[in-house]
Design a protein around this ligand. Structure first.
Ligand SMILES: [Zn+2]
Length: 402
């Protein structure tokens, strides 16, 4: 048997890098040989990559310090989180960037550009200060960064909601100093970032947007986030792979949804990641049944009256056995016309979309069609509302580091 200490230095380093950082430290502090071995920064960089898929700077003592102090405590927060902000929700991505852990809120593109990328906005960072102490900073206003705290634990956000695990960020500023966030949160700037068609908005839509601005501004002082796990690639034959999509929701603007399959891929369900006062984040926006697939002629689609006369029925054949591509036409009396909509689709299914009064009162499911155009694009036709929502896949990959 070969004694560990006779192995070449590089091989030993590779082996040691497989250990958890706490174990590396115990090894080097309890064993004379390993204490004198002078581990290179490579060990920490390797171990860090194995555990967190993060490529650290390997210069000087940085890798070791950052790994042992920052990553060991906060590395478990890397990844995606649902933001809980009243009905509006949102998406947070924590990753390694520029020698720090950075948290970005991923804002939707301007309405109606669903194929544009999400817009990351830094919210907070976790780094080592000049004394190697952990420093957590709120970066909502980059000109007025200030300390904030992070906590993780089980809590109920409202008296009626069940307790669950949340990551909570809270700014360490007094209420009188809450204007610390202001210069970037100017209402007009915020509004112009939401849509290119502000001039055409009705006064009620504008009021709704101002209300949203006020709520988000208030929430920015203290925000709760819950873990979001994205579905894996589906290995069954599916019309479109599951994942995050950006969709058009009429006067509510663009919203983010998570599409996933259920019941042995017989059903598809879309849940809101960002929501609105009618259907809040966390609720189902639509669902469809894959056995209820259909193939419509152009003539059958000319008006909503024609479409509504088609009885929903389970098909005798699988969706992929129907002729493809099949014609697609936006009914002439569709109130919302996102452009450009393809003239052909890959598959079409009967489904149900959820509607409700403001405040998620009297929610109900109304009939609709789920229409898949290609791997990145689908639509939901709200037959009773005479509206079409279009959805484009979020293309970003949410890796641990840049
Ligand atoms: Zn702050």
């Amino acid at each position: 048997m070969v004694n560990l200490i006779f192995l070449p230095h590089e091989v030993l380093e590779e082996i040691i890098s497989l250990l958890a950082p706490r174990d590396i430290i115990s090894l080097t502090s309890t064993c004379k040989f390993f204490h004198h071995m002078k581990l290179s920064d490579k060990v920490w960089a390797l171990s860090c990559y194995r555990r967190f898929q993060i490529k650290l700077h390997t210069k000087g003592e940085f890798a070791k310090k950052f790994y042992c102090k920052v990553l060991c405590q906060y590395g478990r927060f890397l990844g995606l989180w649902n933001r809980h902000a009243d009905c509006y929700g949102g998406l947070l991505h924590i990753k390694y960037a520029d020698g720090k852990l950075c948290a970005f809120e991923l804002q939707l593109p301007k309405n109606p550009y669903i194929s544009n990328p999400l817009r990351p906005k830094i919210v907070f960072s976790i780094e080592l200060d000049e004394f190697d102490k952990i420093s957590i900073k709120c970066c909502i206003n980059p000109l007025q960064k200030h300390p904030c705290t992070l906590s993780y634990g089980k809590k109920a956000l409202t008296p009626r909601s069940p307790a669950s695990y949340y990551l909570t960020r809270e700014c360490e500023i007094s209420v009188e100093n809450s204007n610390h966030h202001d210069s970037v949160d100017d209402l007009e700037v915020w509004l112009s970032e939401q849509s290119d068609y502000l001039g055409e908005l009705s006064s009620s839509t504008r009021t709704q947007m101002i209300y949203k601005y006020m709520v988000l501004r208030q929430m920015a002082l203290k925000t709760h986030y819950s873990r979001l796990v994205l579905p894996k690639r589906c290995c069954y034959r599916v019309p479109i792979q599951p994942g995050l999509f950006k969709g058009t929701y009429s006067s509510h603007g663009l919203e983010l949804i998570l599409l996933n399959y259920e019941e042995d891929v017989n059903k598809v369900k879309a849940v809101k990641i960002s929501g609105d006062p009618n259907i809040p984040a966390g609720q189902v926006t639509f669902r469809a049944d894959l056995p209820f697939c259909m193939h419509l002629t152009e003539r059958q689609q000319t008006s909503f009256e024609n479409i509504e006369s088609i009885q929903a029925a389970s098909s005798d054949v699988e969706w992929y056995e129907l002729p493809t591509p099949q014609p697609f036409t936006v009914p002439y009396n569709c109130v919302e016309r996102y452009q450009p909509v393809p003239n052909y689709c890959k598959a079409r299914f009967h489904g149900f979309g959820q509607i409700a009064q403001e405040g998620f009162r009297e929610p109900s499911f109304v009939e609709g069609h789920w229409i898949v155009f290609n791997e990145d694009l689908f639509g939901f036709l709200w037959t009773s509302l005479h509206a079409l929502s279009m959805f484009h896949r979020v293309q970003e990959e949410f890796t641990s580091s840049t």
